[in-house]
Design a protein around this ligand. Structure first.
Ligand SMILES: NC(=O)c1ccc[n+]([C@@H]2O[C@H](COP(=O)([O-])OP(=O)(O)OC[C@H]3O[C@@H](n4cnc5c(N)ncnc54)[C@H](O)[C@@H]3O)[C@@H](O)[C@H]2O)c1
Length: 449
């Protein structure tokens, strides 16, 4: 099968025929960017809020099947002094009508996970710069679908991994690149976030909470909890893995080779339902497949190991548990400590990271600190959307590209496979098809995104 037949086979499910258009990197630069949003639930509205406050962005159209989400999204726009966007909310396929518009340059997709790839593929085939929330893909085939669609159409797909812009992990990136840790040997990361009780308060009313999910669930509980019923693996690897992949130049001089995953038994969600809803609550009968803690170990081409933890169903304070360790020192997220051999004041003793944070603060943060101030998640939401906007304006590859989206997200289905096979090692495909050997760094290079 030649490559083109392969591509046609793998993305045949797309609702949009690819008629051909200029590759995005060949188009002229622009000063303004026109955006469309698909999915304006809690996360989509965070992005919308950043876009609405950006003087160089017009929000042309929004799409959501929930009329309440549309109403709230329009309010985000008008509150920021922008006019209401054209709304698409007729049915689950109405996003295709948004994609048909020729006055949209870029599309931001923040829908449930299983819709990310079908929508992204359609958006790329419609010639739009596409930004998709995390995780970008659910299955291995979907990771290939994103890559194949990019290679066919030249339309970029950026994974909106905001944690890559966290101020401390960017300072650590700076330090890694300056050799402060010597040769980097080990990365530790994960998503350790107690998600048993998704709720939200808009200032007037509290939403969510409790033990309902599915039809009766609020926001993510509406769709995400079902993944915990059906799947046992690291369901959400990219918040941890994205920053570590940048430290280790994955897809650019290095690559993931194989992984092995292990899961504990599943007790947390059931206990929570019984504790809060009582033993007779209908959800007390639900059997959850997802182990409470899933640990994945990744072996990299250049010899490093990465440990990724997924921990969302037990009581615990939030932490992404980052650790960077090399031949000359170690940094740890928990307690914000660092130890550098021959540099730290006392042998074998931690010192606080603050001093290094100031000294190695990334130029992006120094330049845009005040712009980021009111954006979500401590400012990182500003940076991630700005990176997408600047890529569109400059007609360049976004700093986290389709290969990053494919490789980081693929850890999810591959961890499921490893667990299902008794924690045996599973090969991680090279989505770059060998280009990792010559690809150059694109993330965090300067203060221009
Ligand atoms: N990066 C982060 O920090 C972060 C934080 C939260 C969520 N997320 C991610 O963002 C995505 C959305 O999460 P959320 O919390 O906003 O969930 P949500 O349930 O609040 O929002 C999803 C929205 O998609 C809409 N939708 C569903 N089907 C649709 C369709 N066919 N067409 C148009 N709209 C449709 C829903 O009506 C809903 O409003 C997920 O991928 C999640 O993992 C990322």
């Amino acid at each position: 099968m030649n490559r083109r037949n392969f591509i046609q086979t793998t993305v045949a499910g797309s609702a949009i025929p690819f008629m051909g258009h200029a590759m995005q990197n060949d188009k002229p630069k622009t000063d303004r960017v026109r955006l469309g949003f698909i999915g304006v639930g809690l996360r989509g509205r965070n992005h919308l809020n950043v876009a609405a406050k950006s003087a160089d962005v017009d929000v042309v159209a929004i799409c959501d099947i929930d009329p309440d989400a549309i109403k709230r999204a329009q309010a985000v726009l008008t509150r920021a002094g922008k006019k209401e966007a054209v709304a698409y909310s007729k049915d689950p396929k109405d996003y295709l009508n948004l994609l048909k518009r020729d006055d949209i340059d870029g599309v931001v997709i923040a829908t449930p996970w299983e819709l990310h790839v079908p929508m992204s593929v359609d958006s790329m085939r419609a010639g739009k710069y596409t930004a998709v929330e995390v995780s970008a893909t659910v299955t291995l085939q979907e990771s290939w679908d994103l890559v194949n669609t990019f290679e066919e159409t030249g339309s970029h797909c950026m994974i909106l991994e905001n944690v890559c812009y966290r101020r401390d992990v960017m300072a650590v990136l700076n330090m890694v690149r300056q050799g402060m840790f010597g040769d980097l040997q080990y990365g530790h990361c994960g998503y350790q976030h107690d998600l048993r009780n998704v709720k939200f308060n808009d200032g007037k009313q509290a939403y969510g909470g409790g033990v309902e999910f599915g039809e009766k669930g609020f926001s993510e509980a509406h769709w995400r909890t079902q993944h915990s019923v059906d799947r046992n693996g690291d369901l959400y690897p990219t918040h941890g893995l994205g920053p570590v992949a940048h430290w280790m130049d994955i897809n650019r001089g290095n690559k993931f080779n194989y992984l092995t995953s292990m899961a504990t038994s599943s007790k947390g969600l059931h206990k929570y339902i019984v504790d809060k809803g009582g033993p007779d609550h209908p959800n007390a009968k639900v059997k959850f497949k997802l182990g409470d803690i899933v640990t994945t170990m990744i072996q990299c081409e250049n010899g490093q190991n990465i440990v990724v933890i997924h921990d969302t169903n037990l009581p615990r304070p939030y932490s992404l548990c980052f650790r960077a360790q090399g031949t000359e020192g170690i940094w740890m997220d928990d307690n914000k400590m660092i130890y550098l051999e021959n540099k730290s004041p006392k042998p074998h003793q931690w010192e606080p990271f603050d001093k290094y944070q100031k000294e190695y603060d990334h130029p992006l943060w120094k330049k845009f600190e005040s712009d980021a101030q009111n954006a979500g998640h401590g400012g990182i939401d500003f940076f991630v959307l700005r990176a997408f906007i600047e890529s569109i304006k400059n007609k360049v590859t976004p700093p986290m590209d389709v290969y990053d989206a494919a490789a980081w997200s693929a850890i999810s289905p591959l961890s499921e496979l490893s667990i299902a096979r008794g924690s045996t090692a599973v090969e991680i495909p090279d989505f770059t098809r060998g280009k990792w050997k010559t690809n150059k760094r694109i993330f965090g290079l300067n203060d221009q995104y």
